[in-house]
Design a protein around this ligand. Sequence first.
Ligand code: KMH
Ligand code: ZN
Length: 301
Amino acid sequence: MVPLIVTVAAVGAELTPEQTPHLPLTPEQLGETAALCQAAGAAMIHVHCRQDDGRNTSDPERFRQALEAIRASSDLIVQFTTGGAIGMTVAERAGPLRLRPEMATLTCGTVNFGDDVFENSFPIMRGILAEIVRYGVRPELEIFDAGHLSNAKRLAAEGLLSLPAHVDFVLGVPGGLDASVRNLSYLVDQLPAGCTWSVAGIGRDQLPLATVAIAMGGHVRVGLEDNIYYSKGRLARNDELVARVVRIATELGRPAATPAQARELLGLPGPEGASPLRSTGGPAREVGAAARASQRGDLPV
Ligand code: KMH
Ligand code: ZN
């Protein structure tokens, strides 16, 4: 049975402390969240940084402190955002990559984002990808809309992006593709051979889509960035969102992957393995039975 990689998207860029008191704003709070979420079964943390007052920041020094705090308190795979917040420049979005986190997101196309536009033109994607490659970071491809997978394939055809890769379907953003089982199934069918994938459903769609992904053999992202409620009207903590999805997965025969197992599945060399010369390609082809089964689509459904 392929273990389930649970990623926690703990804070995001848009939420305010007025919306929920459970956002990890400081590096110390991110470190505490990492420890609690690893104990609950997470293997990876998706990182945005905030100032003490809660405002979003792309300050590399703040990311350095966050990286240190997370590594001091957990073994989680650290994945930096390069999506940042609406309106940030490529330099701001890519600045923290110089710290060489194990992974970083690459959003694969422009999408309406509520009343805003989350801009990811080809020049923006190429600019961020160049920095990802420069620092030997492994990309996670963020797919908010159906055409985004086509864009990723175009970047690969240009020779800029190595495939297979790890892909995250972010479904249910107002302005992006709806969070339906049919849409998820369609997207999974369009994946280039050998890609691993996860799903991040937004809001109330987080839990049902995660459950479907578990049954389909994919992986899941949960956390406050995507959903602040545990149930109607009851605010969630990150670790309890992780714990719930791990309980469901265990019942469905998918034990939570440890960070070490997740690294094996994704072909990551580990936090000390980052090198500017390392390929940014997708999951390694010879990384153990579980990964090979996952890449063949030989999955527990
Ligand atoms: N904050 C959103 C505009 C990512 O982290 O890669 C973009 C975002 C995506 O959160
Ligand atoms: Zn994010």
